[in-house]
Design a protein around this ligand. Structure first.
Ligand SMILES: NC(=O)c1ccc[n+]([C@@H]2O[C@H](COP(=O)([O-])OP(=O)(O)OC[C@H]3O[C@@H](n4cnc5c(N)ncnc54)[C@H](O)[C@@H]3O)[C@@H](O)[C@H]2O)c1
Length: 337
């Protein structure tokens, strides 16, 4: 049994806190929001973010950051990505050398283009930072539906230790040494999910969805490999696996925000309606910046940026994607001479 603190009590933090508690660990759930902690203590359920999923009475729920970082074996960082830096910064003074911190959020920082593990390592250099990611909606993990994810760390030892901590008969965890690949797959898929949702909102069909997933994956793979990630990771659970679930699922907030934009909402109206952080909007900007930095062609990501930030009509963006110059599907495959 390990002592584990889960930081961030939104949908994912709450679902993982329950999973870890069910695995027999001693779990503390932390939130920066006092009303949220009071509500969770009283109802033992996050009624707005994870309705119907009950937390056990013996799980400690707190706003005391110093207290919950005193002596855990593992700290799970589950705040949405726009808060990863500020939360890591607040954590830093209380984190001991070698403390395992598992980031489970997905995103790339706007401006710096840093991955979340890089941000945590910058803010908390004494920590042993790992990441956990894959096709895993909180609503389904909370209900104990079979789910598979990847965990990656700087050492095999840490990755295997964490695999043992999280794994159970309905939550299967694979290890991988490719942290960058895991993080890029998890964050870039949110941008493609916005496009897939927009296509749904415009009334397009399954052909369009399959095209966006497949060509979106090609863009993610091109950028990922240029940045040093492994193609095998991008075509694994944390890449294509997460891309499929996010583009198809009713639970995906990025797909939902895209759907509303396809129905004519502005980006701001769509974000207000979804009432949660739509991380794809932040990652879209970062992805565009990275595509320019690494000189990688990313037409879907470019069009998503135009729809989000330049008021381009989504239907026009689709038309422009369809009317691009003629291409080969895979430039690596040669014709027989
Ligand atoms: N929900 C899922 O199914 C799921 C699955 C896998 C990964 N993730 C990732 O996990 C991360 C969290 O997602 P979520 O669904 O729990 O989001 P959420 O919107 O439900 O999380 C909101 C929570 O973040 C915390 N918070 C709010 N403002 C904060 C602040 N200023 N500083 C620190 N904490 C603050 C609060 O506890 C709040 O309830 C995201 O990066 C998401 O991509 C989510």
């Amino acid at each position: 049994m390990a002592k584990i603190s889960v930081l961030g009590a939104g949908s994912w933090g709450t679902a993982l806190a329950l999973l870890l508690s069910n695995n027999g660990h001693e779990v503390t759930l932390w939130s920066v929001i006092e009303q949220e902690v009071e509500m969770l203590k009283e109802k033992r359920e996050h009624e707005s973010k994870l309705p119907g999923v009950k937390l056990p009475e013996d799980m400690e729920i707190t706003t005391d950051l110093e207290g919950c970082l005193k002596d855990p074996d593992v700290a799970v960082l589950a705040v949405p990505s726009p808060f990863t830096r500020s939360t890591s910064h607040s954590m830093a003074p209380y984190v001991r050398k070698g403390q395992k911190i598992v980031n489970v959020a997905k995103g790339i920082e706007e401006g710096s283009f840093m991955t979340l593990s890089e941000i945590i390592e910058q803010e908390i250099p004494q920590a042993d930072v790992a990441v956990l990611s894959g096709p895993s909606h909180a609503e389904e993990v909370g209900r104990g539906l079979p789910t598979t994810v990847c965990v990656s760390a700087r050492t095999q030892e840490t990755a295997e230790y964490l695999q043992g901590i999280f794994m159970n008969p309905v939550f299967r965890v694979y290890t991988t040494p490719d942290i960058l690949g895991v993080e890029l797959g998890g964050s870039l898929k949110n941008v493609i999910a916005l496009a897939a949702g927009t296509a749904d909102g415009l009334g397009y069909g399954d052909n369009t969805k399959a095209a966006l997933i497949t060509r979106g994956m090609a863009e993610i793979a091109r950028l990922g490999v240029a940045m040093g990630a492994r193609l095998e990771t991008l075509y694994g659970l944390s890449g294509i696996g997460d891309l499929i679930v996010t583009c198809a699922s009713v639970h995906s907030r990025n797909r939902k925000a895209g759907y509303l934009m396809g129905k004519g909402y502005t980006m701001k109206e769509a974000m207000d309606e979804v009432k949660m952080v739509v991380e794809g909007v932040y990652s879209a900007k970062a992805a565009k910046g990275l595509s320019e930095k690494y000189q990688v062609e990313m037409p879907i990501i470019n069009e998503v940026n135009k729809v989000l930030f330049e008021d381009k009509a989504a239907s026009e963006a689709v038309k422009d994607l369809m009317l691009r110059d003629k291409k080969v599907e895979n430039p690596m495959l040669p014709w027989e001479k």
